[in-house]
Design a protein around this ligand. Sequence first.
Ligand code: PLP
Length: 966
Amino acid sequence: MPHQPTHEPASESEAAREFADRHIGPGPAERARMLAAVGFASTAELMAAAVPRGIQIRPDAGAPSALPEPVGESEALAELRRLAERNQVLTSMIGLGYYDTVTPPVIQRNILENPAWYTAYTPYQPEISQGRLEALLNFQTMVADLTGLPVAGASLLDEATAAAEAMTLARRAAKGRGATFVVDSDVFPQTLAVLRTRAEPLGIDIVVADLTEGLPEVPDGETFGVLLQYPAASGAVRDPSAVIQAAHECGALAVVAADLLALTVLRAPGALGADIAVGSTQRFGVPMGFGGPHAGYMSVRTGLQRQLPGRLVGVSVDAAGRPAYRLALQTREQHIRREKATSNICTAQVLLAVMAGMYAVHHGPHGLRAIAERVHGHAVRLAAGLRGLGLEVPHDAFFDTLRARVPGQAGAVVDRARELGVNLLRADDDTVGISCDEVTTDEHVDLVLRAFGGSGARSDEAPAGGALPEGLRRGVDYLAHPVFHSHRSETALLRYLRRLADKDLALDRTMIPLGSCTMKLNATAEMAAVTWPEFARLHPFAPLDQAEGMVRLIRDLEGWLAEVTGYDAVSLQPNAGSQGELAGLLAIRAYHRSRGDRDRDVCLIPSSAHGTNAASAVMAGLRVRVVACDEDGNVDLDNLRAAIAAHRDELAAIMVTYPSTHGVYEDTITEVCALVHEAGGQVYVDGANLNALLGWAKPGEFGADVSHLNLHKTFCIPHGGGGPGVGPVAVRAHLAGFLPNHPAQPEAGPHTGVGPVSAAPFGSAGILPISWAYVRMMGERGLRAATETAVLSANYVARRLAPHYPVLYTGSGGLVAHECIIDVRALAKRTGVSNEDVAKRLIDYGFHAPTMSFPVAGTLMVEPTESEDLAELDRFVDAMIAIRAEIERVADGGYDRGDNPLKNAPHTAEALTADDWKHAYTRAEAGYPVPELRANKYWVPVGRIDQAYGDRNLVCSCPPPEAFEE
Ligand SMILES: *Cc1c(COP(=O)(O)O)cnc(C)c1O
């Protein structure tokens, strides 16, 4: 008798509702209570009151949605499984900066697949981020040691953009030089392409030259920088010293794009005189993922650290004088310097940097070197085999990559190799490229030789000696710090990873109510496919017919994102929001130029804008003109009209965030769009706040021409402690021809496009399954419900906090959008307790602080998201109210103004249990201000960190263990 189910299987839509119900924190009863507090009968009513009528989607308008009906977790995973099966993972020997690698399982499970690491936020609150800051310091130390340059940052977006950042750094540093940047002709082609995209709007001339013969003749004083690839794209290992010296002689800076694995056996760029080193750390245990995400790196010589783009971890001291980590020299960054920032980088690649650093911790210097020697050995045997077949292998000095000359036959050889299961590089019609990597075996070498016409029989004699030039060989003069020696056993490494994770507050412990950052649930089912080999092990330049499932997934997601935003075309290539901004602005620029409007170069940006906006505009060759906001926080229309009048013929665009960074739906948005359009400008809507719009309004329909979205905010890609991200750019039809494209993949964008903004054709494709799964499981109704609950939660929090703290801006009906700004400035003036004190005191209550001082200095911005249930929202509000009472005690003299629980927060266990407790308040008041903490207490590992000390005494690599002794 057939098996009888005891109950009907859940229908598809029931299963889907189940996912949306689990993604959305508050259940129906909780929502009802929240609605009652806010004064509405339903979330639909609330939204109808909050969202300006003029931009609301009318449910009866237009065709039915292009989003498919949602499915549940099992069905979504089964669909992803079917997509994965349509990918074909061949042995990849393509190279060009992407190599197969073994992710140590202990790192895969305990970092990449561990929410304690992947759900953390950027370490702006350093006291609750000591674990990931230490991991990043390991990364910086590793990069600094291997490149031989003392200061390394905590990751860039990929190798090609790191090279572009190096180019602009060199230009800033070589002040007074001309506008020429000389680039090695033997550089990775995607690096050259990204350099060209980034150089053109800045008026930089790229001169491509064969640097084997030294520097080309350029007029004296013209060249500000030179970039050389080491080893070269062709595999050749050339001594860069002469080029570096020639660059210095003409006053230019020397940039070396170097492969870190090669640097375990080759002399360091710094030792050869380089000013800057850049590259990728992908092959240190991070899967290729069809292009990303991976951590790019940059290190610089002393004197250039204040020019460094992106984030830099440094060592400082805490209140007890102990070493503690935090982000250093933030005054370089976009969130402070805006259009004068060193770059627009905000979200970087922290999770991947943590993995790469731990790969070095796992293997240690000798382990890394052994991997490099094995890889090199395979390349040497391959070269001997090819030469044995009578083929020309042009380079005598190489590390892992070879070129073989097969006149007219390259295509045929590559095809034969593919039939044997190996992807090789067709460098040109006559040349095949082969790269060995960590997973290359003797069998792979034999297969490659067969593809070139060898018999397949193995010659057992290993060729004597290597192919590294004598003068460039290097001893093990790196990674001497004990951290790279103390975790050889898996037990030790496992505990080290756990110990670091335990120091940090991530979403797996508490809500992270960070305004503008949308720290919502990253569901486990969404994450599952990221490490499936069918997605993870695809080379970004693999033939598309081997990536059918991945391409389907990409096209699905592009279509869905276009649908929910009302745009016509989407590019997933930008690998952070900042890069999406650049891509969108480049599209606007190219559009104006295509119409002969070459003088339109002014970009209007409201004073409340995110720092990336201004920095991106400068990178796109635009001039920034700030537009004022009125006292309600809205774009000041009179000021806007005046700005437009002053720049009518030069107006390129306005860049506005919607809902505004003040967390309100400005009802003048349609008017803003109209005014700019009338003057011939384009409207860029920063889509980072899409969590307040999905299902209710579409920027592409209410007047915008282009937006970037942040998949690592609205679409559930976890924040990773500061990356990865994906920042798709979405445009209306007239801009579609100006989206990014890619030289290695014609399918990646329009042939008329502006060039690539990322190294990989589809950017960080490896994490797109996360957002795909989110949309697939939520469907249109689910997304709409998520938006409604996000807005309800923000209004609930605002309503409950309002009697205790002023809520700075509200829109129509006194409502906020998906976030609210809490104004503590008056309190601070009266009591001396600042927003920073409140933020640090929240740590004692077990919370991550809200966003501090953005967009308004001295305030806190709270974004609860739809994923937090009512109990957690109340726990947060109750903590804020309790803190408010503490502030009041300071005001009325019950607490000393200087010695109180707020000023001394956060309190470590050590401080609280010290034999001599000298404070004017009790230990219990400090450590257990609310009773619930007795059952569940987070103990912060360090006290408040002295920011200024760390900038005055800059240390950006692992301190010696003695530094932590008493
Ligand atoms: C997060 C954010 C950005 C930048 O995105 P990144 O991915 O960090 O580069 C831009 N604008 C706003 C309003 C944001 O909140």
